[in-house]
Ligand binder design. Structure first.
Ligand SMILES: Nc1ncnc2c1ncn2[C@@H]1O[C@H](COP(=O)(O)OP(=O)(O)OP(=O)(O)O)[C@@H](O)[C@H]1O
Length: 362
């Protein structure tokens, strides 16, 4: 298995759409990276560029130290030695499970006996020991996805590319396969680039998560880093449903544009001043009984049960705050106080920019 490195990669589609811009990413040997981002942010384009189905307009793609794409060359997909699994189980219905899995070995002209041994080995690896003769039509969705995974792994690829590979499966099967996939990739030290629209899945599986917006990587870091220290209001909102407000910050604190919301500077603890964006993570808001000291008073407009924390929306002076409430769940219509324990400020002027969380943590 090998590292995947993209340096300064741009990709423009023939119609002029800039799908990737100055993408730099270094997936280390044996690392599991999840790519997330809104629809159209360039996740699939990035994966297909690594796979070799798309040629970058600029920049370099390296796999295991070999340059596979730059301004002068483009190694075709079949020569990149990568395994790929897509959302729709792309397995052939007219071939048995064993023949589905052995197909890449047939193409590589591996002798039949060795092929059979390798197919048995890889089927065992994905939990389908002895399934060689089965007709794919008799398999469950999860089993079919395992066949696709086995076929991707059968040639000992240098890295595994997964495009929404688990998305078509229902819970709790998806949960189980997710866990198994992670155990397998860790045990085999597989390098993985995994595209998913599922934020929880990305955070649960990946060593590092890369967040894409408009074809650019906005942040890449461990799940803990990207959740607790988002580099922009966009990342805070995309990953954690942060409440985002425009306004300005002075020595007294933050005031929203319409002046309805104020946040004292002690929860911000940043040296930045001026106009900008405030992001408050739902987990950083506390609900207190009305009458107790609080930053704002509001009314609960939605209250959904959650296993770890309830998802509660409180409206305060025309602004809705999404809050993650542990313990007793308030009822809709209840009047509550709202305490903001921590907020992140992103100044408009990049010169005034500082890591908001580093500042807050001091
Ligand atoms: N063949 C194409 N020709 C022109 N533009 C394209 C083509 N394929 C994708 N795009 C555009 O490139 C951008 C990135 O698309 P891409 O499919 O990579 O995004 P994505 O993040 O994978 O989205 P989704 O989550 O919806 O699958 C989008 O603006 C999309 O409309």
């Amino acid at each position: 298995m090998s590292a995947i490195t993209l340096t300064g990669v741009d990709l423009h589609y023939p119609d002029g759409t800039a799908a990737l811009t100055e993408v730099d990413i270094d997936v280390h040997d044996g690392e599991f990276i999840a790519l997330v981002g809104p629809s159209g942010s360039g996740k699939t384009t990035l994966l297909r560029t690594v796979a070799g189905f798309l040629e970058p307009t600029a920049g370099t793609v390296r796999i295991g130290g070999d340059t596979v794409a730059d301004s002068s060359r483009a190694v075709p997909p079949e020569k990149r030695r990568l395994g790929m699994v897509f959302q729709q189980h792309a397995i052939w219905p007219h071939r048995s499970v064993g023949r589905n899995v052995s197909y890449p070995l047939e193409i590589a002209k591996m002798p039949r006996v060795r092929r059979a041994a390798r197919v048995a080995e890889v089927l065992d690896l994905v939990g389908l020991d002895g399934f060689e003769k089965r007709d794919p039509a008799t398999l469950s969705g999860g089993q079919r996805q395992r066949v696709a995974l086995a076929r991707a792994l059968v040639t000992h690829p240098r890295a595994l590319l997964l495009d929404e590979a688990l998305s078509a499966l229902d819970e709790p099967l998806r949960d189980r396969l997710r866990l198994e996939l992670r155990t397998l990739t860790r045990a085999r030290n597989l390098t993985v680039l995994h595209v998913t629209h599922d934020r929880a899945e990305a955070l649960a599986l990946a060593d590092r998560v890369a967040i894409l917006e408009d074809g650019r990587i906005r942040q890449i870091g461990t799940p803990e880093e990207v959740v607790s220290r988002p580099k922009s209001a966009f990342v805070a909102r995309f990953l954690s449903d942060a409440n985002v407000l425009r306004g300005s910050l002075d020595d007294a604190g933050f005031r929203s544009g319409d002046r309805a919301v104020t946040v004292s500077s002690d929860v911000l603890r940043t040296a930045s001043r001026g106009s900008g964006t405030l992001a408050v993570l739902p987990a950083d808001i506390e609900l207190v009984p009305l009458g107790a000291p609080s930053d704002h008073a509001g009314v609960v407009v939605s209250s959904l049960f959650g296993r770890d924390a309830s998802d509660v929306v409180v409206t305060c002076g025309g602004t809705d705050f999404r809050c993650a409430v542990r313990g007793l769940r308030p009822t809709v219509g209840e009047q509550v106080g709202l305490g903001i324990r921590r907020a992140l400020f992103y100044p408009d002027d990049p010169a005034a920019d500082r890591d908001p969380v580093t500042s807050a943590a001091r």
